[in-house]
Design a protein. Structure first.
Length: 130
């Protein structure tokens, strides 16, 4: 996937389509429709409309093969996740991560596994930044 700046806003519905495309691509619209059928009660035309929007926004591309279009993402899941996380933390927490984690901790929504993963991330960060 080429490194492409991530600018456009992606709706929740568009994200659902992009998410299944990230799981396995290239994929036809029928492949995507079938994968989404287990999650959403959407008409086939809805999925095709969402694919068209993602193409117009420049985050999905397609290639015509015989009578089908093969879709592929133009942005990596990791790049999109980083952008959205940064935007979310900046907007709601003024760029500070601690209040976000504290909110989860105060509501007892962190599992032991979550805490262990956070500790491992902090330990790795300390090793990389000392």
């Amino acid at each position: 996937m080429p490194d492409k700046p991530i600018k456009p806003e992606i709706s929740n519905a568009e994200f659902d389509v992009l998410d299944v495309l990230w799981d396995a691509y290239p994929a036809t619209s029928n492949d995507i429709i079938e994968r989404l059928r287990h999650q959403k009660d959407w008409h086939d035309k809805t999925v095709k409309t969402l694919l068209g929007r993602l193409v117009k926004k420049g985050v999905v591309d397609f290639e015509k093969q015989q009578r089908q279009y093969l879709y592929r993402p133009l942005i990596a899941r990791e790049d999109y996740t980083k952008k959205e996380t940064t935007t979310f933390v900046s907007r709601l927490f003024k760029g500070k991560v601690a209040p976000l984690v504290a909110g989860f901790a105060n509501q007892n929504t962190l599992s032991k596994q979550d805490v262990d993963e956070l500790k491992a991330l902090i330990k790795q960060w300390e090793q990389d930044n000392d």
